[in-house]
Design a protein around this ligand. Structure first.
Ligand code: AMP
Length: 144
């Protein structure tokens, strides 16, 4: 299974991005309103400049206190991103997520970000595939 197949199964293909100049508090509001765990940081709406996850916010609340909420997203985001393409396999994605200990991977086409795949998206796509395989095998056994 490839990333483009995983993305097809997602309810929305819109990518939530924020600018690095907004405050962490504003980014937290976006996470809450959109019911998501991470936002891509992009100043021009196309490049992936960084990622800010709920974990970054909680970690910095613990490390520097509530003052970080008034800091800029650019000061707290992760800049060194691990990315994938539409042709990356689910297996490779899971390896990247496990090794890097994160749950989100931006999907790139050259320098442009064209999607975001989460651990939940991969698990859901694999469960759907398993269910389809099971139904096909049952059909073969029952002679349908
Ligand atoms: P997550 O599990 O995705 O909420 O993120 C956990 C930590 O990894 C946070 O510090 C994120 O900023 C960072 N992170 C998330 N996704 C990526 C990624 N694709 N590449 C590098 N770091 C990431």
């Amino acid at each position: 299974m490839l990333v483009h197949q995983i993305l097809k199964g997602k309810k929305t293909d819109s990518i939530v991005t924020v600018k690095s100049t907004i405050t962490v508090s504003e980014a937290a509001r976006v996470l809450s309103e959109k019911r998501i765990g991470t936002v891509l940081v992009s100043d021009d709406g196309k490049s992936a400049d960084g990622i800010l996850s709920e974990r970054d916010i909680v970690r910095n609340l613990g490390r520097v206190g509530s003052g970080c909420l008034e800091g800029k997203v650019g000061d707290y985001m992760t800049r060194k991103l691990v990315t994938c393409t539409m042709q990356t396999t689910a297996q490779e994605l899971l390896e990247k997520m496990t090794t890097g200990r994160f749950r989100h991977v931006p999907v790139m086409d050259g320098d442009a970000v064209i999607g975001l795949v989460s651990l939940g998206d991969v698990v859901k796509a694999q469960l759907t595939e398993l269910e389809m395989e099971k139904e096909a095998l049952e059909g073969m056994i029952m002679g349908h």
